[in-house]
Design a binder for this molecule. Structure first.
Ligand code: DX5
Ligand code: ZN
Length: 244
């Protein structure tokens, strides 16, 4: 987050306008993860997709790889746990070096307790919603979270088409964040690219995961800069950001 501490009003504006880009290493070369992390050094976070072949039909990596990656890069790790029993496993990802840990509400037995445990261990707590999961039942939980992730594909694989039917949910979530005056980040994940990021930013997202759009580009670092510029230009015109 970029802020201007000397001027509270400008700090607020900077917070509203800032867009964060989180490249997903799911689309990177897993045999060269340290190099792939370096290739996107200007990114705000590195998005690490953990899949257990139960919550989603795919298998990626676990705690030991996150530990190694945390040692190999200065970019903070944003771990997205697409796993069963996150109540049991999520705290271990904080200990492994993740600065933000996202669990899926569909898999969590006690999301409030889990969010508090993640925060108590020193990481940002984040909760994810699958495409079929509405935000409305979770309005009262929002103050417990540092970030809410709205999936814009069914989780499990990179390179899927963006589900624009999720845009109304992004809008409604942004309205809830404003209504409660929360500084909650709103992340979107799945199919985010140069052709979809503006619709996400206009609807109210401010943290953007991009896998294939970054690692599929000839120059991944330039792709990050270009996506950020697009998102920030859209946010500057968006009604949700201008209302403040
Ligand atoms: C999908 C993962 C995403 C994935 C996004 O289940 O959670 O983070 O890497 O990849 P793209 O940006 O290619 O859709
Ligand atoms: Zn993800």
């Amino acid at each position: 987050m970029r802020t201007d501490a000397a001027n509270p009003r400008r700090a607020w504006q900077a917070w509203v306008m800032a867009a964060q880009i989180n490249p997903s290493i799911l689309s990177a070369d897993f045999a060269r993860l340290a190099d792939e992390a370096k290739a996107v050094e200007g990114a705000d976070w590195l998005h690490v997709d953990v899949m257990d072949n139960h919550f989603v039909p795919n298998l990626t990596l676990g705690v030991p790889v996150v530990e190694s990656l945390a040692r190999a890069t200065d970019t903070p790790l944003d771990c997205h746990l697409m796993i069963e029993a996150p109540d049991r496993w999520a705290p271990q990802y904080v200990e492994a070096g993740a600065s933000s840990v996202t669990f899926h509400v569909e898999a969590a037995a006690a999301p409030v307790r889990l969010a508090r445990e993640i925060r108590a261990k020193g990481a940002r707590a984040s909760m994810a919603l699958n495409p079929a999961t509405p935000i409305e039942p979770y309005e009262d939980l929002l103050p417990e979270l540092d970030m809410l992730l709205i999936m814009t594909v069914e989780p499990g694989f990179g390179g899927q088409a963006f589900l624009d039917i999720m845009l109304p949910k992004i809008r409604r979530t942004r309205e809830l964040i404003s209504k409660h005056g929360l500084q909650l980040w709103l992340q979107v994940d799945g199919g985010v690219s140069a052709s979809t990021i503006e619709r996400c930013a206009d609807a109210g997202a401010d943290v953007f995961v991009a896998g294939s759009a970054v690692y599929g580009a000839e120059d991944p670092a330039e792709a990050v800069r270009a996506l950020r510029a697009q998102a920030e230009a859209t946010t500057a015109r968006a009604s949700w950001a201008c209302a403040h």
